[in-house]
Design a protein around this ligand. Structure first.
Ligand code: CMC
Length: 431
């Protein structure tokens, strides 16, 4: 017997409206309010989208209470352990794990798009050397639509595919160039005989004056950092990409919008802010002072790398990142790193503190990532560009999903107007 579709009733001024309830494959039911305004002449109010599903998606699922993150159904810890970044890119973009032939073909396509248009080098040179690499990336990625006209027609599936591959392939080159430019060193061209992570490390750390040999331990750790950041459902930057794309904007413009949003310290900028905070704390004996500040309502300070809009449990990415930090620092022979010791002790004390326990504040992905990136030799200003590089595939997958939806509508939220009501214009001499 067919199940009766679920509905929710809403009564306003004695009049009742029946709203359809949609059931996802995982997660809570969703009340469909699309016709609410037309039927009841009311809007819903949800600043920060704390209870609003803005789209259908089949890419990533998060259960924040249980601390679960799945990409196309596969748990992130399994992907971090058994897979590698380009395989996860394929999974996110096309929905299934690739066969051996498919991954070979995908890696070939990505590898053969790693160079950027030579004239873009001049574009980089227009920036001040002391620009933050994220500022440079927002500009350069936005400018890609001026260099790659042949992949900006969003109505053409082939052009969409080429734009996707170009973005995944060129982002490490662009991030590395932003870094090289900021430190006054020559740009390093990509090498197609290296894997994705090794190529990025080489573009960041090699100089023409000497041979650079990629450390496989660091390359594996880099790849894992990329994997852990690849996608994260409808977060602020992804929603920004979707909103930009809903108007029909080209993919390079949409990804530039995502990068701009990611830069904020409440989002991707938290990894830089977190390492700076851990360094400022400096030693274990100063931890109580900073915990007290984080709890003080009159102090704007927050524990960076702690808390999450969705996770009210351990961020599963933080668990893998912590393990990775231990491994990398041990293999590099710097396991007594004072910043790692401060981080571990801070985590322990915060998790025993009723303030953090009651508010369900746990370490997030940014808590340990900066320690690894620092040990690899990256300055803090490169942490968020690395996040942007890795998240590009997530943004692109979500963009592709949205663009292929025949029901696509321009994103246009409503508002609760709190301004003055209509009034007549007053001539300047009468004001
Ligand atoms: N330190 C101290 N108190 C905190 C923290 C923190 N890191 N995070 C949240 N709180 C408190 C907050 O003051 C509030 O208290 P009250 O209810 O008494 O007013 C309560 O916890 C809920 O916080 P909220 O700001 O309403 O929660 P939110 O879901 O809007 O914000 C967040 C989530 C990630 C912006 C926030 O936890 C935060 O600012 N964390 C630090 C920045 C950070 O690490 N961001 C990286 C997020 S993960 C990477 C990514 O996806 O970008």
């Amino acid at each position: 017997m067919a199940e009766t579709p679920k509905t929710a009733s809403l009564t306003i001024d004695g009049k009742t409206f029946e709203l359809p309830v949609l059931t996802p494959t995982l997660g809570p039911d969703v009340i469909d309010i699309r016709k609410l305004y037309a039927q009841a002449n009311v809007f819903t109010y949800d600043p920060g989208f704390t209870s609003t599903a803005a789209c259908d998606s089949a890419i990533t699922y998060i259960d924040g209470d249980a601390g679960i993150l799945l990409h196309r159904g596969y748990p992130i810890d399994q992907l971090a352990e058994k897979s590698h970044f380009l395989e996860v890119c394929f999974l996110l973009l096309y929905g299934e794990l690739p066969t051996a032939d498919q991954i070979e073909d995908f890696e070939y396509r990505v590898t053969n798009h790693t160079m950027i248009h030579e004239q873009m080098h001049n574009f980089f040179r227009g920036f001040r050397r002391d620009a933050h690499p994220m500022a440079t990336m927002v500009g350069v990625v936005g400018a890609m639509s001026a260099f790659y006209h042949d992949s900006t027609d969003i109505a053409d599936p082939w052009q969409r595919e080429v734009a996707s591959i170009r973005l995944v392939a060129k982002m490490p080159t662009i991030a590395a160039m932003a870094y090289k430019y900021s430190i006054g060193q020559p740009f390093v061209y990509p090498r197609n005989d290296l894997d994705y992570a090794s190529n990025f490390l080489r573009m960041c750390f090699s100089v023409p004056a000497e041979e650079y040999v990629v450390n496989p331990i660091l390359s594996r750790a880099m790849d894992r950092i990329f994997t852990l950041h690849a996608d994260h459902e409808q977060n602020a930057s992804t929603s920004t990409v979707r909103l930009a794309s809903s108007s029909g904007a080209n993919p390079f413009a949409c990804i530039a919008a995502g990068i701009a949003c990611l830069w904020g310290p409440a989002h991707g900028g938290a990894n830089q802010a977190c390492l700076e905070m851990l360094r400022e704390i400096g030693s274990v004996d100063r931890i109580p002072e900073f915990i007290d500040r984080a709890k003080d309502k009159n102090d704007p300070f927050r524990l960076m790398g702690f808390g999450h809009r969705v996770y009210k449990n351990f961020d599963p990415r933080a668990k893998v990142m912590k393990q990775s930090a231990d491994e990398v620092l041990e293999l590099l022979g710097i396991e007594n790193n004072p910043t790692l010791q401060v981080a571990k002790e801070l985590e322990k004390r915060a998790l025993e503190d009723p303030y953090f326990v009651e508010k369900k504040l746990y370490p997030n992905v940014d808590f340990y990532s900066g320690i690894i990136l620092d040990a690899m030799g990256f300055p803090t200003s490169m942490f968020t560009p690395i996040f942007a590089l890795a998240r590009t595939v997530g943004w692109i997958s979500q963009w592709k999903e949205q663009i292929s939806d025949p029901q696509l509508k321009i994103g246009r939220p409503r508002q609760l107007y709190q301004g003055v009501t209509q009034r007549d214009y007053i001539d300047v001499e009468n004001r």
